[in-house]
Design a binder for this molecule. Structure first.
Ligand SMILES: [Zn+2]
Length: 249
């Protein structure tokens, strides 16, 4: 496929994949980054109305935060996992029993970012999905091809139950928060700072690698290779998670 566009800067990366009539964009971003996002889009020479689809890797506020506003100006169709519909409608990060932070340092940082409103909002403008939007049930090898994008959708839970990834036939993998390369100084070992189910998350890594992922393009951080995940596989266990309110920092 024609090379895609990466919009960096801000907490969350956006990726614009060419499709017939415009772009399929992977991820929106935090609500307060909307003006900055529009600036990046303009700089890239893309009109918001060219965004035909918005692929949300999951419902969290730093991904879906400005999705409602973007849909208003672009009329894009949203693609998300069916389990994202409810929390998107509420405009609120869903709590998952047993989920927690990858380390105490991660918990401290997340706490500070939420308190100071540094782009990690747990609440965001609600997004109600309708007939025009597309909910995926799980793995889907047909949907993207029908839209003219050569790739597939894979259900990759572990960061959140509704996490999905987009894998292009050339091995480019847009994995959302299933894995990330930023904040490695926190000792994250390519995991996100929050996980709902650690073992499930590692199974998702293996699933993506087995499916042919050759370069990972995460929502947070720079691209990386599968070797990074292979090196760090199964480094955490569910018991290692720090659950806010349950253990002292
Ligand atoms: Zn997330």
């Amino acid at each position: 496929m024609e090379k895609f566009i990466i919009l960096k800067g801000g907490l969350t990366n956006q990726y614009l994949l060419p499709c017939p009539g415009g772009y399929l964009m992977v991820e929106a971003g935090d609500e307060k980054d909307f003006a900055r996002f529009k600036g990046k889009l303009k700089k890239a020479g893309v009109d918001p109305r060219e965004i035909r689809y918005l692929f949300l890797t999951h419902h969290h506020g730093d991904h879906a935060g400005f999705a409602a506003r973007l849909r208003e100006i672009s009329q894009c169709r949203v693609i998300a996992h069916r389990d994202a519909a409810e929390p998107l409608k509420k405009g609120r990060n869903a709590r998952v029993k047993g989920g927690g932070l990858t380390s105490r340092r991660a918990m401290l940082l997340a706490g500070i970012m939420i308190k100071l409103n540094l782009g990690l909002s747990l609440r965001f403008p609600p997004l109600e999905l309708g007939e025009n939007d597309i909910l995926v049930q799980g793995d889907d090898n047909k949907l993207l091809r029908d839209l003219g994008v050569p790739g597939k959708v894979l259900h990759t839970p572990g960061h959140s139950p509704d996490s999905i990834s987009l894998l292009l036939d050339d091995g480019s993998c847009f994995c959302g928060d299933a894995a990330m390369s930023s904040l490695q100084w926190l000792g994250l070992r390519y995991c996100c700072i929050y996980m709902s189910d650690v073992e499930e998350n590692y199974r998702s890594w293996q699933k993506l690698i087995t499916a042919g992922a050759r370069t990972f393009y995460p929502a947070h951080g720079r691209p990386f290779k599968p070797e990074a995940l292979k090196r760090n596989l199964n480094r955490f266990r569910q018991e290692d998670l720090v659950i806010p309110g349950r253990r002292r920092v």
